[in-house]
Ligand binder design. Structure first.
Ligand code: NDP
Length: 248
């Protein structure tokens, strides 16, 4: 399966985003990745990817900030790229019981995980509609459908993502643009560093029927599939990839 599309993956320099960027590159896409403005490993990361045969365009952006996303779109256009595939992957956690949760923890998670859907998608979806082809994949979470102790902010944002997906899918379906959510379960990335290892081993992994954490590549392979021409009839879906932990 090869395509010549241009894909943009937010938060593409690590974890699930990096695996998605590589899978899309493997499928023949030109891949642009974004990193947050304070990321100081960009050159080393690009160099390390290049030595493995992966060449990416890289752009700094704060997905929580609309103006920053407008500047991203301007830079991408200046570089003569027209984005056909958008993977809204960037996200953060700021966990804590609601009784103790600070407003800042609520707002930063909402801005980064949910407002980013508007901020980034707004820049690129009109072009997809004009060209009559596009793929938008929004990365949700198992906790957006089942809830999670200590994650009122994150679960609310991730649940909101799928409402966005369904509505945008309806609006864009007749224009050749599909919009889907992929909702991972527990995947072994930097994000899980917030969960103590003993809690992962004693509480989380025993709840996963396959008996282990997922690998970023196990999310990426599916994202790459639904970004292909073969997936033209799939839109508005929320696909759970969670080792059987939560079935719906
Ligand atoms: P990581 O922490 O490894 O990656 C998150 C990425 O988001 C980083 O690349 C980071 O960029 C980027 N990012 C964070 N804030 C901003 C911002 N304001 N502007 C731009 N980029 C930003 O986590 P994962 O790879 O695990 O997570 C990827 C997605 O998958 C997230 O949406 C997460 O919620 C979701 N997910 C993860 C699960 C897991 O178990 N790991 C489970 C379910 C969902 P940089 O490195 O440049 O700072």
């Amino acid at each position: 399966m090869t395509t010549e599309h241009v894909a943009l993956v937010t938060g593409g320099m690590g974890g699930i985003g990096e695996a998605i960027a590589r899978a899309l590159h493997d499928n023949g896409c030109t891949v642009l990745v974004t990193h947050s403005p304070h990321n100081d490993h960009v050159d080393a990361w690009l160099e390390s990817q290049a030595t493995q045969g992966y060449r990416f365009g890289a752009y700094g952006v704060d997905v929580a900030d609309f103006s920053s996303c407008q500047r991203l779109a301007e830079q991408v256009a200046q570089d003569d790229h027209t984005v056909d595939i958008l993977v809204n992957n960037a996200g953060i956690t700021r966990d804590g019981r609601f009784l103790k949760m600070e407003r800042e923890d609520w707002e930063s998670v909402m801005h980064t995980n949910l407002d980013s859907m508007f901020n980034v998608t707004k820049q690129f979806c009109a072009g997809m509609v004009e060209r009559g082809w596009g793929r938008i994949v929004n990365i949700g979470s198992i906790n957006g459908t089942k809830g999670q102790f200590g994650q009122c902010n994150y679960a609310a944002a991730k649940a909101g993502i799928h409402g966005f997906t369904e509505s945008l899918a309806l609006e864009l379906a007749r224009h050749g643009v599909t919009v889907n959510t992929v909702s991972p379960g527990y995947i072994d990335t930097h994000m899980l560093a917030a969960v103590p290892r003993d809690v992962l081993e004693s509480k989380v992994i025993p709840q996963i029927p396959v008996g282990r954490l997922g690998h970023p590549e196990e999310i990426a392979a599916f994202v790459a599939l639904i970004c292909s021409d073969a997936a033209a009839f799939m839109t508005g879906s929320d696909v759970a990839i969670n080792g059987g932990q939560h079935m719906y």
